[in-house]
Design a protein around this ligand. Structure first.
Ligand SMILES: [Fe+2]
Ligand SMILES: [Fe+2]
Length: 271
């Protein structure tokens, strides 16, 4: 039995937050390490399905498939199917824009950047494509930044999360910063963010690890992969792998503020 700490506790403290789950980098079809990325994503989905209360929406921040094969995307769809909440996906450097569009019914046509905004009620989700087709690092051209500014200007009062694949951060790890978003593009994105206070956080994946920083006074969060994790090595120019827990993020929105939690997932044993 729980003891009440104060008889004067405000009932507003007891309200449930709006929950947005963020899965990232499942890399279905990959053979980077022992273990099946499909089983790893299934374990993450099972963990999400066990949440009480259930999340209202699920975001998947890129690298859904490892080789962008149709069969890989179909497997992702099957693996996400047990989720009760709608899933919003965006592309990573391993994805193919046209294939992702085809399999997930995303807006836009063919290989143009996948950018969209969706009103989830307590929070607005803005998916911003940070990929360069055929390349590993990320970029933001003037077309995408103009789109972002227009979308943010259209709803300046609504708390907003921006979701990207590449986190707009300098990590200090050479191997990660070489595959990130360059300084000039980060600066330009920061200029846009500075004008729109409703942006609460920028969330991303790509680095297969929990990393936080800031851009234009807004927090930037990179979340773990549901598959394999990156090793923290400040002396490395490589993307090294580590045997560390997979995980996902749970963004809790309450009274317009966003608090982000990282939930580890126990990976299934390698066959
Ligand atoms: Fe990835
Ligand atoms: Fe990536």
């Amino acid at each position: 039995m729980h003891r009440r700490l104060s008889p004067f506790r405000d009932d507003s403290d007891m309200r449930s937050p709006f929950l947005l789950v963020q899965l990232s980098d499942p890399h279905i079809g990959a053979e980077w390490a022992e273990g099946d990325p499909g089983e790893a994503l299934a374990a993450a989905v099972k963990s999400v399905c066990a949440m009480r209360p259930q999340p209202a929406a699920v975001l998947v921040t890129g690298d859904l498939a490892d080789r962008a094969a149709d069969a890989e995307y179909e497997r992702v769809r099957e693996l996400l199917a047990p989720l009760a909440a709608p899933a919003y996906v965006l592309g990573g450097n391993h994805d193919d824009r046209a294939a992702l569009r085809h399999h997930f019914g995303l807006p836009g046509t063919d290989a143009e950047p996948i950018c969209y905004a969706v009103d989830l009620g307590p929070v607005r989700l803005v998916a911003l494509d940070s990929t360069i087709p055929g390349d590993v690092p990320g970029a933001l051209d003037s077309e995408r930044l103009t789109w972002l500014e227009r979308v943010l200007a259209a709803s300046p009062e609504q708390p907003t999360l921006i979701a990207m694949h590449h986190p707009p951060l300098r990590t200090g790890v050479p191997g990660w910063d070489e595959i990130g978003i360059g300084a000039e593009d980060r600066r330009l994105l920061g200029e846009v963010l500075a004008g729109y206070r409703q942006v609460r956080r920028v969330v991303a994946g790509h680095l297969h690890r929990t990393i936080t920083g800031a851009l234009a006074d807004r927090s930037v969060l990179a979340v773990p992969s549901t598959y394999v994790q990156a090793r923290l090595n400040f002396g490395s120019h490589e993307f090294e792998l580590a045997v560390e827990p997979a995980g996902f993020a749970v963004h809790a929105v309450l009274d317009g503020e966003v608090t982000s939690h990282i939930q580890p997932v126990v990976q299934p044993r390698a066959a």
